[in-house]
Design a protein around this ligand. Sequence first.
Ligand SMILES: C[S@@+](CC[C@H](N)C(=O)[O-])C[C@H]1O[C@@H](n2cnc3c(N)ncnc32)[C@H](O)[C@@H]1O
Length: 286
Amino acid sequence: MTRQPLRLAVAEAERALAAAGVDTPRVDAELLAAHVLGVPRGKLLMVPLVDHEVVAALGALVARRAAREPLQHLTGTAPLGDLDLAVGPGVFVPRPETELLLRWGLEALGGVSAPVVVDLCTGTGALALGVAHARPDATVHAVEKDPAALAWARRNVDALAAAGGAPVRLHAADVTAPDPLPDLDGRVDLVLSNPPYVPEGTPVSPEVAADPHHAVFAGADGLAVIRSLVDLTACLLRPGGAVAVEHDDTHGESVPALFAARTLFADVALHRDLAGRPRFTTARRT
Ligand SMILES: C[S@@+](CC[C@H](N)C(=O)[O-])C[C@H]1O[C@@H](n2cnc3c(N)ncnc32)[C@H](O)[C@@H]1O
């Protein structure tokens, strides 16, 4: 059987994905090729020729991606910082922009030994695991209400623990319920959260529509969960403890205002992404 140049198969995949309106056709084509070959994307150049079976397997994945199945559902993983998290249908796919929040949180923990950290609305466990990986001395709690998401979180937590990372304690709970973590009240050094925040009815891409609805949307103004998070965070943080909450780019005034309205919070700050869009808000417990 004749072998074919991989670069031609990748170029054809790129063309098909561009025609389907995929934002990053080259990156997606290369990541799918790397997935089929079982090599890191950076090593594709070391595979000049591939068998017909590889081209066929790549073609099948490209057809699914062209139908706008999320890339991460096809590869089964999504990166966050140094971690590769297992993902699939039924759980929110962690996005690169959440790394900004994680980085801020890790900096806020500088100088705090054996910190207690809570990730509210954990999904795959992304933020909780990012902290546990970077700070093995931390005690990390993660809260999620959706059983399907919790199953993915359990899988990722077990994988990090098996690799020698700090264990993450998972809590099946609703962050809008009264006092869901009573044992942690007043003891927490850092609360991180990427909750659902898109205003109901906002048009979204097919990839975002593939995430569970309740993981993305939160009421008419997108603040239905964040309002409760502000109250819960005020209970959980110790004096001097810090919080960072990701939000919609339409929330650049409303979320800082929710924190500033509580005398329990100080140093309220809005953080923008590299494109200048409001991305997350931070505060400290007085
Ligand atoms: C935007 S996703 C983010 C997941 C994860 N933090 C990340 O960055 O990848 C929001 C998550 O919050 C969960 N969620 C939504 N409402 C919740 C609530 N009231 N209590 C607990 N979890 C909730 C959803 O099931 C979903 O997993």
